[in-house]
Write a protein that binds this ligand. Sequence first.
Ligand code: A2P
Length: 294
Amino acid sequence: MTDLILNNGATLPELGLGVFQSAPEETAAAVAEALRVGYRHIDTAAAYRNEREVGEGLRRSGVDRNDVFVETKVWVSDYGYDETLHAFEKSTGKLGIDTLDLLTLHQPVPSRFEKTVAAYKALETLLSEGRVRAIGVSNFMPHHLERLLEETEIVPAVNQVELHPYFSQRDVREANAKHGVLTQAWSPIGGITFYPGWGDGKRSVLQDPTIGEIAAAHGKSPAQVMLRWGIQQRRSVIPKSTNPARIAENFDVFDFELSTDDLARIDALDTGVRGGPDPDERRDAFFDVVIDEA
Ligand code: A2P
């Protein structure tokens, strides 16, 4: 595994564990298991309501906190300058750590962009104070990114977006690259296309015949092929699993290489249809979803 270098010189291990939709009671064990098999990067969010358990897994693993890249996100109900500074305290308190390696805004709120900007300015303050090593955004489309860049000082280090073979976000990747923002893929094996309540449940990338053929040719699994596709395109990937065998499988991707032809065949699978929510379709009611202190 290699480190990706962010635009401020900080480094980020290319493969990390995602914990979106990891039940709190399973999260600590998943994090400890991932760290045991070699992961050194965990991505969570206040809105996942499992930061406390991520912290517990980190401590349980015995791995030095300084050897792990810990990333979390500010939820929209905490946007605004003072609110976001407070959200940092809440998240680090739950995680049981003093500093974060990466803190991002969970998503743009187009209808109240001024609050999104104020929240980002709080991230800039936290960065200048050394409380976070890098700051970024999540789920920003190119026009959100352009607007943020116009109204703030520090270019985000990372933009974390839904990205898997069925929704590969070329426009977002190009906008990120143009501004030196690293693209980070959430749902890199397409879990969002079959999570209950999301996607249509009918088009799991894991069952895609092209991915299956490429996987068979390399003696690897479909999930491993998709992770390799991301890594070879210099993306950060954060597959979610709470299953020990799959946590290990997803980390076992450093002993094979996809060919240019393999990569092109996977690129061609893009449907342009996202599994998750459209960042531009946010309603003000989203501000009412408050992340409690518990
Ligand atoms: P589980 O936690 O039971 O392993 P994504 O990160 O792309 O959203 O994918 C996460 C989903 O894919 C979860 O439902 C997870 O379930 C499942 N998953 C994770 N790793 C694998 C794998 N290697 N093979 C098949 N399914 C996987």
